[in-house]
Ligand binder design. Structure first.
Ligand SMILES: [Zn+2]
Length: 397
C-alpha cells in the first residue's frame, strides 16, 4: 500500500529542496502520498505585501467527527556550508543506519511517519470513524506570516472544526519517547531608550549620562525574578539581549543609550499584565536610580517589538493520555510532559483546539549533517499509529 513505509516517504520529501519560502516539490510529494489514501487535498497560496508568497497544504480524510488534525511544515532552514555535509543535504542517503538530509528531523520526518501511520491504520481497520486532516505549511522556518495562521483561518472559514491536534515537531532531547510538549511559554520583547545629555566626561554635572540610566533600568528588569515557576512551567526568565551606546570617544558622555530584552514567561502572566509589571519596574528604577543620586528621574521610552507569543497549556486528558499511552506502549518509556523550549506553531493552533506536540529526536535539527536514525522512523510510525487508534477510541467513548 502506498505511503506505508516512512523511510520511502521521508526520502521523497528530503529530495525536495524546500528551503523557505520555496515549495520545492515537497507539498506535491506529500499530496502524492495522501491522495491514494482517500484524502481530499487543497493547496492554499497565501500572500501578503512585503513577504514572499507561500504555498500551504490542507488535506482531509472523512467528513464526520471526531476530527483529528496533524500539523507541521515541509519548509526547511538553509543548508549552511554544503561542502561540510557528509552526504548531500537533499540526498536522503542512508549510512550507518541514519538517513541524511535537511529536514530529516525538523520536520519532514514527522510528516513521513504520520502519513505512514495513517496508511497502516487504513490498511488494518479501514478509514477511521471520523476525520483526519493534515495542516501543513511552507512557512514555519521563515516569517510565519503566510503559514499556519492563514491556513487555519482559511480552513475555519470553510467550516473546518477540529477536536484535537498533534504537531509533529521534534520534541525529544535524547531518545524517542522522552518528551511530549503540552504547552509553551509566552515570549515578549521590547527596547528601552534612555535619553541623557551629551557632555564632557570631566564635567558630568553639566551632562547627564544615559549609561547610568540604562544600567539601572536593565538591572530592574533582571532582578528580582518575575516568579518562582508553576506546576507546569519553569520560572519566567528575562534576558537583556543587547545594550547599545555606540560611543567611540572616551572623553564624551553620550546622549543616548538603548537596550533590548526578551522574556519567556509562564502561566503566572498574560502578555498584558506582564507589560504592566515591566513598565512599573522601569518607572520605579527611573525614579530611584541609585547611580544618579540627586538627579531627576531617568527619561526613557519603551517600544514593544513584534506580536507577543501567548503562553498556553493543554489540559485535554483524552489527547494527552492517548499520546503518552501510545509512547509508553511502543517504547516502554513514560514521556515527560513538558513546556520548555521556544515557541512553535502550536501557539496558533491552540486557539482552535487542544494541541500537543511529539516528534523525533531533535539533536541535529538546523545543523550540518541533519539526520535521523532509520529505526526511529519505524518506532515513531508505530507510536503515531497507536495514538490514532487510541484517540479515536477515546473520542468515541
Ligand atoms: Zn520545525
Amino acid at each position: 500500500m502506498t505511503a506505508i513505509d516512512p523511510v520511502a516517504n521521508l526520502s521523497a520529501l528530503i529530495r525536495c529542496p524546500s528551503v523557505t519560502p520555496a515549495e520545492g516539490g515537497a507539498l506535491t510529494a506529500l499530496e502524492a502520498m495522501l491522495k491514494p489514501l482517500g484524502f481530499t487535498v487543497d493547496r492554499v497560496m497565501a500572500t501578503e505585501e512585503g513577504t514572499p508568497d507561500i504555498e500551504n497544504l490542507y488535506a482531509r480524510l472523512g467528513t464526520g467527527g471526531p476530527h483529528l488534525m496533524f500539523a507541521g511544515h515541509t519548509d526547511v532552514v538553509p543548508v549552511g556550508d554544503e561542502s561540510a555535509w557528509t552526504h548531500g543535504p537533499f540526498s536522503a542517503d542512508i549510512a550507518g543506519g541514519e538517513m541524511y538530509g535537511r529536514g530529516a528531523v525538523d520536520m519532514k520526518g514527522g510528516i513521513a511517519c504520520f502519513a505512514a501511520a495513517v496508511a497502516r491504520h487504513i490498511d488494518k481497520h479501514g478509514a477511521p470513524e471520523g476525520s483526519i486532516s493534515f495542516l501543513i505549511t511552507g512557512d514555519e522556518e521563515g516569517p510565519a506570516i503566510n503559514g499556519t495562521t492563514k491556513l487555519l483561518e482559511w480552513a475555519a472559514a470553510r467550516g473546518e472544526r477540529w477536536d484535537a491536534c498533534l504537531v509533529g515537531e521534534p520534541t525529544n532531547p535524547d531518545h524517542l519517547g522522552d518528551t511530549i510538549k503540552i504547552g509553551r511559554r509566552g515570549s515578549l520583547s521590547g527596547t528601552i531608550t534612555v535619553h541623557g545629555v551629551q557632555g564632557h566626561a570631566a564635567y558630568p554635572h553639566l551632562a547627564d549620562s544615559p549609561v547610568r540610566g540604562i544600567l539601572s533600568l536593565t538591572r530592574a528588569l533582571m532582578d528580582p525574578p518575575f516568579d518562582g515557576g508553576t506546576d507546569n512551567f519553569q520560572p519566567s526568565n528575562l534576558e537583556v539581549t543587547t545594550i547599545d551606546v555606540a560611543n567611540k570617544a572616551v572623553n564624551v558622555i553620550p546622549s543616548k543609550a538603548s537596550a533590548s530584552f526578551n522574556i519567556r514567561f509562564n502561566d503566572t502572566w498574560e502578555a498584558d499584565n506582564l507589560r504592566a509589571e515591566i513598565i512599573a519596574r522601569l518607572d520605579r528604577a527611573a525614579a530611584e536610580s541609585p547611580l544618579r543620586p540627586g538627579r531627576p528621574p531617568v527619561r526613557y521610552d519603551l517600544t514593544w517589538s513584534e506580536r507577543p507569543s501567548h503562553v498556553f497549556l493543554t489540559r485535554n486528558n483524552a489527547l494527552i493520555a492517548s499520546l503518552s499511552g501510545a509512547v509508553e506502549a511502543v517504547t516502554g518509556r513514560e514521556p515527560k510532559l513538558s513546556t520548555t523550549g521556544g515557541t512553535s506553531d502550536a501557539r496558533f493552533i491552540k486557539d482552535y483546539c487542544p494541541v500537543v506536540e511529539f516528534g523525533l529526536v531533535g539533536q541535529t535539527m538546523h545543523m550540518v549533517d541533519e539526520r535521523v536514525a532509520v529505526a526511529d522512523l519505524e518506532t515513531l510510525t508505530q507510536i503515531y499509529e497507536t495514538f490514532i487508534s487510541r484517540w479515536f477510541g477515546h473520542a468515541a467513548d
